[in-house]
Design a protein around this ligand. Structure first.
Ligand SMILES: *[C@@H]1O[C@H](CO)[C@@H](O)[C@H](O)[C@H]1NC(C)=O
Ligand SMILES: *[C@@H]1O[C@H](CO)[C@@H](O)[C@H](O)[C@H]1NC(C)=O
Ligand SMILES: *[C@@H]1O[C@H](CO)[C@@H](O)[C@H](O)[C@H]1NC(C)=O
Ligand SMILES: *[C@@H]1O[C@H](CO)[C@@H](O)[C@H](O)[C@H]1NC(C)=O
Ligand SMILES: *[C@@H]1O[C@H](CO)[C@@H](O)[C@H](O)[C@H]1NC(C)=O
Ligand SMILES: *[C@@H]1O[C@H](CO)[C@@H](O)[C@H](O)[C@H]1NC(C)=O
Ligand SMILES: *[C@@H]1O[C@H](CO)[C@@H](O)[C@H](O)[C@H]1NC(C)=O
Ligand SMILES: *[C@@H]1O[C@H](CO)[C@@H](O)[C@H](O)[C@H]1NC(C)=O
Ligand SMILES: *[C@@H]1O[C@H](CO)[C@@H](O)[C@H](O)[C@H]1NC(C)=O
Length: 895
């Protein structure tokens, strides 16, 4: 069957994925008139453009994809304003192609990173420095990479391809050169400096965007002044640049990069970018599944929108045997800060000074000066410092001081306003969690602001409590201040899933993430022009780390299938307790957040036991069937396994209040979790696996009883295998204790999925409203009377197929509300949309301008809009498997 994915608007892209919790997703963006086709198996005619021209379709080529796993072409239609949908239908019907899809753009979220500068001072606690001095890196100790390296596994002979924003290979820690014999030995630039004007070249060098250089260093950085190395420093690296200087890219270039990396013989391909989707049939996921089936592991970062809670998967990672990588926090927080100093006592310029560092607020730099520090509260747990107006009776003048304010309880803007109202002009916020970032402060009256680490704020307050009279800070403008490299212990959430790490499962209930890898406060290389080194957080960092581990595994075990690689990392990973970013809870974290758990590279590489799956999905109540897995013993001795299971928190996707949007994960505010677990039974329950034997186990699940099905409860946990050889393994499992087909996609009860006007967001609930549209052939401006029918579309869960049609009421029945008697005039332009993720942070409102997807304008008259979203696991052919909303009838008139 021909696959027709011709929605022109893209789902949201979030790439590259450096820590961006709470960063709003970028607006969907399609590259106008650009499509990707896959050629049919028997089509060998490579001049598809001429073939199109022969059918009257004129286009310019974008990218030729020719690989053993995918042959096709992307192109841009010459006439991007014409009747595109008919053109696409025409192309779709050509026997030469098997599939057509629009090219989507991708855009970078605001990265949170800190770079080194010209003069960097170290502030590394002695205990940590001692460990680093022996060149035993804390993070590699935690993951077991240190032990693999001691055994001589460094990735020698393994080719790792990175698909990202280019690389500064002139960096001494990245080998200093490009090509044969260099660390960075293959790759290409597919995009150039601007996606708007692609300028491909054979040279993947970039210094305008640092993400790719950081990612590459995590795989293979060489020894350097900061005492860290990549996981696998002896690999050869490939860089396929698909993101431009603004971090923007497109799906066809990304797919092309994967194909080229595969054809170049890469042993591992890793990408820290993506687009929200969560469907395995989405094209990049399909291409990844094919490359994995051909034997090459493909890693994709699962994303940094942990804030939005369950069922928010991206694309790529849902592909069969793809490796979806989530992030856990290492035990340390690395920071590059702007350097300043303080002394104790009142404004005494001869007193000895101590360095401290801070992250300046954008546009609120400090000027050179010495200021008394004014502390608002000496309570280092103050939960709402400066959230209320400061006491009016305060006798001190704040105008010549720096005010110290603890983060938390209200926004920086509220705190800054209260300080400004009390006459303050300069603020240092101290963080209430590890690390720092640039606080957002635009308050009038505040001249300078920044954020210091929690440890610095607490130290100052302690000094004052310990009879120090006063603290004086000496600030230097950022441009000449120099940098401070600071490392502190990540006391709060070290070892737990990072709060930003995005949750699965996929819309089809396969488990994401596969496994967690370290991704918070990661030190790595950065373009020399941007300081040479940087600390970044995100699943973008976790992903290349695991890619390095996979390189070590392939070096040690030889070529093994991507499915087996995933299964080895999953079986040997360590699940951890749930942590909301502030507090640990007495139950295991849900597998839809932490996957198999934290990776243990040493155990994975050396495991003699190979289980054939990385996860078990019991699907939903309508599709629940017993599952099977196999245990293969490659060790010398017979092993007897006792099989059991341990539950992790059962997650209610939806809150109890009837809302249809999955609950967010925002510190103490997270999806309701209950400790009722499924009962798993095994056949056999005790498994004897002799040397070189493979035994099949059947496992079935009885979901916990008494759950509220309307809230989409996800039960989950781990199958445990305790062997007589002392080894234990676990396999994450999940299931949904309701029918996904019942999940509401188009909720109309909470003010969304309704008709309104482009000039007034109030819903239009009664029939008969008249919209005045500009006449298709008119140049008049409508005198301000123009308003379009607007539909605030909000998918509360993902949908494979979303249609929006224009309906004309049946001739004899003007108030009919049923499509049965009404007449479908055509599709709204840009519909249908395929493989949609759910809509977070508000509706995606579309305006109807009176035209159909064929480009033709409908005559003035009475219409309504009919929006249909296919339910999860629904059958496209069955009317009852759609969520349907029909708007009240309205009139359109042209002026
Ligand atoms: C790793 O690379 C270094 C530098 O090229 C080389 O000296 C060393 O022998 C390599 N190690 C292994 C195990 O191949
Ligand atoms: C300034 O600090 C130095 C060193 O702590 C001390 O010797 C000196 O007396 C101080 N001067 C004043 C004016 O406080
Ligand atoms: C601020 O101080 C730094 C370091 O002492 C110096 O290099 C810089 O020129 C000063 N800036 C101004 C504007 O005085
Ligand atoms: C200011 O007023 C608050 C409450 O009105 C009181 O608790 C505090 O002691 C007062 N401070 C001074 C310095 O008078
Ligand atoms: C404050 O005093 C306590 C108790 O003497 C001591 O443990 C602590 O290190 C001191 N803190 C600072 C910042 O001087
Ligand atoms: C769950 O069942 C649906 C419907 O049969 C299927 O499409 C989907 O792939 C299944 N999910 C998993 C993880 O097997
Ligand atoms: C396997 O070991 C784990 C950890 O010690 C334990 O929680 C679990 O109950 C054991 N399972 C079986 C079936 O013995
Ligand atoms: C606009 O112009 C085209 C071509 O001139 C004509 O076919 C069409 O009917 C006109 N449409 C309207 C709404 O007047
Ligand atoms: C509209 O259609 C319904 C159902 O077919 C029918 O019962 C009703 O009489 C019709 N109304 C008019 C005004 O024709």
């Amino acid at each position: 069957m021909k696959f027709l994915d011709w929605a022109r608007a893209a789902a949201v892209m979030a790439a590259p994925l450096a820590a961006a919790a709470n960063v709003q997703p970028s607006t969907p963006e399609a590259l106008p008139g650009s499509y990707l086709v896959e050629f049919s198996d028997d089509y060998s005619h490579l001049d598809f453009i001429s073939l199109l021209a022969a059918s009257g379709v004129h286009a310019t080529p974008r990218r030729t994809l020719s690989s053993s796993v995918f042959r096709g072409l992307s192109f841009t239609l010459t006439d991007i304003h014409g009747d595109q949908d008919s053109t696409v239908q025409l192309i779709a019907s050509m026997p030469e192609i098997s599939w057509i899809s629009p090219v989507h753009s991708i855009a970078a979220p605001a990265n949170r990173f800190m770079t080194a500068g010209e003069s960097t001072t170290w502030d590394v606690p002695h205990a940590i420095r001692a460990r680093q001095a022996e060149d035993v890196e804390v993070i590699h100790q935690l993951t077991g990479v240190d032990k693999l390296r001691e055994e001589g596994y460094l990735g020698t002979g393994i080719k790792v391809a990175v698909v990202d924003s280019g690389i500064d290979y002139t960096h001494p820690a990245l080998g200093g050169c490009f090509g044969e014999g260099c660390l960075v030995s293959f790759g290409a630039d597919l995009v150039g400096d601007s996606i708007q004007n692609p300028a491909p070249s054979d040279d993947p060098f970039t210094s305008c965007h640092g993400h790719g250089t950081h990612v590459a260093g995590l795989v293979a950085a060489q020894p350097n002044e900061y005492g860290f190395t990549g996981v696998a420093p002896n690999v050869t690296l490939g860089m396929y640049r698909v993101l431009d200087c603004q971090g923007r890219g497109s799906t066809d270039f990304t797919i092309d990069a994967f194909l080229r990396a595969f054809d170049a013989g890469a042993d591992v391909i890793t990408a820290s970018l993506g687009e929200y989707s969560g469907w395995s049939e989405e094209r990049w996921s399909v291409v990844i599944a094919r490359i994995a089936a051909a034997g090459v592991p493909c890693l994709v970062a699962v994303g940094n929108d942990g804030f939005y809670g369950p069922f928010y998967a991206s694309n790529g990672a849902p592909g069969k045997d793809a490796t979806g990588v989530g992030s856990f926090n290492g035990p340390l927080a690395n920071m590059f800060l702007v350097k300043a100093s303080y002394s104790t006592g009142h404004d005494n310029l001869t007193a000895p000074t101590t360095n401290f560092g801070y992250s300046p607020a954008v546009g609120k730099d400090f000027s050179n000066g010495t200021y008394a520090l004014h502390v608002l509260s000496r309570d280092i747990t103050a939960s709402a410092d400066a959230c209320e107006p400061l006491p009016a009776n305060s006798t001190v003048s704040l105008s010549d001081k720096v005010v110290l304010v603890r983060r938390g309880g209200c926004s920086f803007a509220v705190k800054a306003q209260n300080v400004a109202d009390a006459g303050g002009r300069r603020i240092l916020f101290y963080n209430n969690e590890p690390g720092t970032y640039e606080p957002g402060v635009n308050t009038k009256g505040i001249e300078s602001a920044g954020m210091i680490p929690q440890s610095t704020g607490e130290e100052w307050i302690q000094l004052l409590a310990n009879s120090t009279q006063a603290i004086t800070v000496h600030m230097v403008e950022t441009a000449s201040a120099g940098k401070l490299y600071k490392v502190e212990e990540n006391k709060l959430a070290g070892g737990f899933a990072s709060y930003f790490s995005q949750w699965g499962p996929s819309n089809e209930l396969s488990l994401l993430p596969t496994v967690l890898s370290p991704g918070a406060f990661m030190m790595s290389t950065y373009p020399l022009a941007k300081g040479g080194y940087a600390v970044e957080s995100g699943t973008s960092m976790a992903t290349p780390y695991l890619a390095g581990c996979i390189a070590l595994m392939i070096e040690a075990r030889g070529k093994i299938s991507p499915g087996t690689i995933n299964a080895l990392f999953a079986a040997t990973a360590s699940p951890n307790m749930f942590h909301d970013g502030k507090t640990e809870y007495p139950w295991l974290g849900p597998v839809i957040q932490q996957g198999a758990g934290m990776l243990d590279a040493y155990k994975a590489v050396h495991s003699d036991i190979i289980i054939n799956t990385a996860s078990i999905s019991f699907n939903d109540t309508e599709n629940r069937t017993p599952q099977e897995f196999t245990i293969h013993n490659r060790g010398a001795e017979l092993v007897i396994f006792n099989l059991g299971s341990v539950g992790s928190g059962t997650v209610y996707t939806l809150a109890a209040d009837g809302t249809r949007i999955p609950s967010v994960f925002d510190y103490a505010d997270f999806p309701e979790t209950v400790t009722e677990y499924a009962t798993l039974s095994f056949d056999p329950a005790v498994v004897v696996v002799g040397q070189d034997q493979t035994v099949t186990v059947r496992v079935s699940a009885e979901p916990p009883a008494g759950l509220d099905e309307s809230r989409i409860p996800v039960y989950n946990g781990y199958v445990t295998l305790n062997g007589t050889n002392g080894d234990s393994y676990s396999i994450p499992y999940l299931g949904v204790a309701s029918a996904m087909r019942d999940a509401v996609i188009l909720d109309t009860e909470h003010g969304e999925n309704q008709l309104s006007s482009s000039t007034d967001a109030e819903p239009i609930l009664t029939p008969g409203h008249t919209f005045y549209l500009p006449s298709p052939n008119s140049t008049a401006d409508g005198g301000g009377n123009i308003s379009y029918p607007a539909f605030n579309l909000r998918l509360s869960m993902g949908s494979r197929l979303v249609e929006a049609s224009v309906i004309q009421p049946g001739p004899s029945n003007s108030t009919t509300n049923s499509t049965g008697t009404a007449h479908v005039v055509g599709s709204v332009p840009n519909f249908p949309k395929l493989f949609q993720s759910r809509h977070v942070s508000g509706p995606r409102t579309f305006w109807w301008d009176g035209t159909l997807s064929t480009g033709e304008a409908v005559p003035a008259g009475k219409y309504s809009l009919l929006v249909r979203a296919l339910k999860i696991f629904g059958d496209q052919e069955f009317e009852e498997d759609y969520d349907v909303v029909q708007t009240p009838e309205f009139f359109i008139r042209y002026i």
